[in-house]
Write a protein that binds this ligand. Structure first.
Ligand code: GDP
Ligand code: MG
Length: 161
């Protein structure tokens, strides 16, 4: 069964997407960065195909170069999943940490998609162009909250199943 991990800096909307995909409220969505301490895993289904989604704590360099255990969790997650959704926030622009993680995923040869979240309306789409400089071939502009383009993303992800 395909295992999909949602990764990204705190507060970009990972848990919101997790809840949208799994149709649940199990992941705590919070305005305070770093609320999802532990990973959360759920089996769900899209167009008849079952797969596992993992919500993660999010990586952050501010907290003493990531708390050691969070860093460990992050690398364990990377090894476990087949596909990574690297989520960024369109309202925040490119962070250096996004670049670092992009490069790491490339080095590891991971299949990953860049998911630009909080593109709530067409008006915000132009803001996303800055993320092209991360050089990721497949980029999705979505709104986890409104469900915008989430179906398109899942169609693509499940191609990997
Ligand atoms: P996480 O830390 O990456 O898991 O982020 P959360 O899912 O907890 O969301 C952080 C904040 O971003 C919350 O206030 C969410 O309501 C908000 N958020 C998540 N997705 C969207 C979105 O698509 N659009 C907007 N405008 N806000 C969002
Ligand atoms: Mg979260």
């Amino acid at each position: 069964m395909l295992k999909v991990g949602i990764i990204g800096r705190p507060n970009v909307g990972k848990s919101t997407l997790f809840n949208k995909i799994t149709g649940s409220r199990s992941a705590i969505v919070n305005d305070m960065p770093g609320v999802t301490r532990d990973r959360l895993e759920k089996v769900t289904e899209w167009l008849g195909v079952r797969f596992t989604v993992v919500d993660s704590a999010g990586f952050d360099l501010k907290e003493e170069i990531i708390k050691k255990e969070m860093q460990q969790q992050f690398f364990t997650l990377l090894d476990e999943v087949d596909v990574c959704l690297l989520m960024v926030d369109v309202t925040e622009g490119v962070h250096s940490l996004d670049e670092i993680v992009c490069n790491l995923l490339r080095e590891k040869g991971k299949t990953f998609f860049l998911v630009v979240n909080k593109v709530d309306s067409e008006k915000r789409e132009y803001l996303a162009s800055e993320f092209y400089r991360l050089g990721v071939s497949e980029m999705f502009l979505i709104s986890s909250e409104h469900g915008r383009n989430v179906d398109m993303l899942l169609d693509r992800v499940l191609d990997e199943a």
